[in-house]
Design a protein around this ligand. Structure first.
Ligand code: NAD
Length: 403
């Protein structure tokens, strides 16, 4: 029997995933893209010009014009009722909208996969499934398997890099259909040999491993004293770091490590090991590319993998540059990362002065109020993913919810 796979999304990652998974024998892939006229554009482009996932070096995956192996549509309900697996492949701020429209219609045991899920996806997806009496499993994959960019919409996507190994978390609610190891094996088959999917059992630790303590501190250190004047060029993001950047990068990360150490004493049966310092983390990820590993600052400045990576900027009318505070470095990593760490810290009764300082600045750029008088405010589910928005107010509730 064919496996009905419904992919939600229409961006870079969704292009790669659709191409790869529809190439798998017995996978019947439908892409649901509700955004603007993307579904029509994608369908038309693919019919006229075929569909290519470009790796270069003769390894491209090509589907010929007029013979697409998957369909793209705007219709949600029709393509969800018979799904064996639903995969969300989109930025995290869209998850609430999609889960709200999907959960009432999925079969009772249909699993939901966040690819990527990013911190908090587990309880958000479980919340929507349970609200609708559904028992599907939830898989959250930490990040997108590829660095990728669409070169021609609906027709061609470039894979710039593929990760070696990525973590996922899994919550099983039932024992029929696709669940557990079989479900993960299916996702692995869709992705191919790489990246290798590795399970992280501890949901709280999984949230820490995502490291929302990289982008927001670097943004904060660079722009907190910005005078508002446009720049002639975009500054380097990692290689342009200075002592101030290190102070916040290390500061926020060390607060996270301290919370993990505390949780280890509170929950001795859960494993919180291996949440390394920022410096060790960079060295672990780029063992070959970092030329001078002596300090965190030299790791940032001499990492060749970061050559040319600049701050997210917008162009002004006269060709100058201003920072783009709505880019995912703040827009995703604060409401779908740092705020979750902040609530875990609050639930553990742990102060986080540096993380607070970063959130207080970031919220002015994101036009939201997340922190007030040192306390986390309630955040609407459409604008963030803090546990309390899903009824989780204590650490025990957090751990038990994701079981
Ligand atoms: P993307 O930026 O390509 O997503 C854009 C797509 O999202 C649009 O094409 C549209 O289909 C949908 N969309 C945007 N706004 C919408 C709206 N208001 N309503 C409905 N749909 C809307 O995303 P991506 O590059 O595929 O990345 C997916 C996730 O993976 C993101 O969280 C990203 O940060 C992360 N990520 C991406 C890369 C990469 O190389 N692309 C690498 C690592 C992690």
């Amino acid at each position: 029997k064919k496996c009905n796979i419904t992919i939600f999304g229409g961006g870079n990652g969704a292009h790669v995933l659709s191409g790869l998974s529809s190439d798998v024998i017995n996978a019947n892939v439908t892409v649901v893209d509700t955004f603007q006229d993307e579904a029509e554009r994608w369908t038309k482009a693919m019919a006229e010009n075929g569909f290519t996932v470009k790796y270069g070096g003769g390894n491209d995956l090509v589907q010929a014009a007029g013979k697409p192996k998957f369909t793209v549509t705007k219709e949600v309900q029709k393509n969800v009722v018979n799904a064996d697996v639903v995969i969300l492949c989109m930025p995290a701020f869209l998850h609430e909208m999609v889960l709200t429209s999907v959960a009432p219609h999925v079969p009772e045991t249909c699993p939901i996969v966040g690819l990527p899920g990013q911190p908090g996806f587990e309880y958000q997806a479980l919340y929507h499934l349970r609200e609708n009496g559904k028992k599907g499993s939830v898989v959250s994959i930490e990040t997108l398997p590829w660095a990728c960019r669409i070169s021609k919409y609906g027709q061609e996507v470039d894979v710039i890099g593929t990760k070696e190994c990525i973590y996922y978390s899994l919550v099983d609610q039932q024992t029929s259909g696709y669940f557990g190891a079989g479900l993960v094996q299916l996702v692995q088959t869709l992705l191919g040999a790489k990246p290798v999917l590795k399970r992280e059992e501890n949901i709280i630790k999984y949230t820490f491993l995502y490291r929302p303590t990289v982008h927001p501190p670097l943004m904060y250190a660079k722009w907190k004293n910005w005078d508002g004047k446009p720049l002639d060029a975009a500054p380097l993001f990692y290689q342009g770091a200075d002592d101030e950047a290190v102070k916040y990068l290390d500061g926020a990360t060390n607060e996270m490590i301290k919370i993990a150490d505390f949780l280890q004493t509170k929950y001795p049966d859960m494993d919180f090991s291996g949440i390394s310092s920022m410096q060790d983390c960079f060295i672990g990820e780029y063992p070959e590319q970092i030329k001078d590993k002596s300090t965190l600052l030299t790791c940032l400045k001499t990492n060749q993998a970061y050559d040319g990576l600049v701050h997210p900027m917008k162009k002004t009318e006269d060709g100058k540059f201003i920072p783009d505070f709505k880019y995912r470095y703040l827009m995703e990593d604060v409401p779908y990362g740092l705020l979750i760490i902040k609530q875990i810290a609050e639930m553990a009764d742990f102060p986080t002065p540096i993380i607070d300082e970063i959130i207080l600045w970031a919220q002015t750029k994101l036009d939201a109020e997340y922190l007030k008088d040192g306390k986390l405010c309630f955040v609407d589910r459409k604008r963030g993913r803090i546990p309390m928005a899903f009824g989780i107010k204590t650490l025990d509730e957090f751990v038990n919810f994701c079981k």
